[in-house]
Write a protein that binds this ligand. Structure first.
Ligand code: AGV
Ligand code: CA
Length: 312
């Protein structure tokens, strides 16, 4: 058996998610065993295409990608969901005539279950979108939780404001929880080893032009060039309007490669499933679940880590 850490990724197709997939594929101690896509912050066909092209580009056309058939309660803005459509048209992802990395026949929730079942040892599940697929898989087969080593989830806003701006909402939730609040609540109560990257941590890592300048200087590396272009598609949310873009998912993914740059708190948390603060992560002393919650980040060192991983 390989001594690499087995990872299943479930992402939702944003620029940040696709950058996270690239990062994962640069980590020598990680064995990615499958990619599931949730059609939340993306339209599914665009996100599947981009994921498979990235697998091809990084020489991992052997890894399967599965599309999710579940839809959350609160839709993401349509303009955001079109994001991977632009990424699919970037030159580096247009060069090849055909996509090789296979599309799985089954929907993402079944795919996740199959991959967990077939794995020779417990798997780390990295989720950079909503939790719906994993929760559906565990609902169908609760014993699968024994095959999970850790769930790493970019989600929540604990002691800071949320990032949802929607008509019937008060702004307290983070989008990945808000898309499917009941799934978020179920995951938070599932007693799995859970590490979350809430906005409290990711607020430290806005997409920053000085970082992009450094990345530009090494764009002779294909992956740096592609990463720089992906981040460039997020830049129209800079500067500080309501929707500045952060390295949300990329920070959560970085946990698998440079955990020493992040500090954590143990907190007892829960999630509100409905009402004007649907999807809010709340402290629940005595009644919630103990969660490993990312807190502070050594930002300069994290930037250096990203630059190093993308030099290929
Ligand atoms: O809330 C952060 C999550 C992350 O998984 N996503 C984006 C990241 O992939 C939703 C989101 C919040 N603000 C956004 C988002 C924005 N301005 N554009 C696109 N997506
Ligand atoms: Ca995401």
């Amino acid at each position: 058996m390989s001594d690499k850490k087995l990872v299943l990724m479930d992402h939702d197709g944003g620029a940040d998610d696709l950058l996270s997939l690239m990062m994962l594929l640069t980590m020598p101690h990680i064995e990615l065993i499958g990619v599931a896509v949730t059609p939340a912050d993306s339209y599914l066909p665009f996100a599947l295409e981009a994921s498979r092209k990235i697998l091809d580009l990084l020489g991992r056309s052997d890894i399967q990608t599965a599309g999710g058939d579940l839809h959350g309660v609160n839709a993401f803005p349509a303009a955001w969901r079109a994001g991977p459509h632009i990424i699919n048209a970037l030159p580096i992802l247009l060069e090849r005539d055909e996509i090789q990395a296979p599309l799985a026949a089954e929907p993402a929730r079944v795919f996740l279950a199959q991959k967990l079942k077939a794995a020779p040892k417990p798997v780390t599940v990295l989720m950079t979108g909503p939790a719906s697929n994993l929760i559906a898989a565990l609902k169908a087969e609760p014993d699968l939780s024994n095959n999970i080593a850790e769930v790493v989830w970019m989600a929540g806003a604990v002691d800071v404001a949320g990032n949802v701006r929607d008509y019937v909402h008060n702004g307290s939730a983070e989008w990945n929880v808000y898309w499917d609040p009941p799934a978020g609540k179920t995951l938070m109560e599932a007693k799995l080893p859970l590490t979350i990257f809430p906005l409290d941590a990711t607020n430290h890592v806005p997409v920053d032009l000085n970082f992009l300048r450094r990345l530009a200087k090494q764009r002779q590396y294909t992956l740096s060039d592609l990463a720089a272009q992906c981040w460039a598609t997020t830049i129209n949310t800079i500067p500080h309007y309501d929707y500045q873009y952060f390295m949300w998912d990329t920070l959560a993914t970085g946990y698998l490669g440079c955990p020493e740059l992040i500090t954590f708190k143990r907190l007892e948390l829960s999630v509100l499933a409905d009402g004007p603060n649907a999807g809010q992560t709340i402290p629940a002393p005595g009644s919630g679940q103990w969660v490993n919650v990312a807190d502070k980040v050594e930002v300069a060192a994290f930037h250096d880590y990203l630059l190093e991983q993308f030099r290929r």
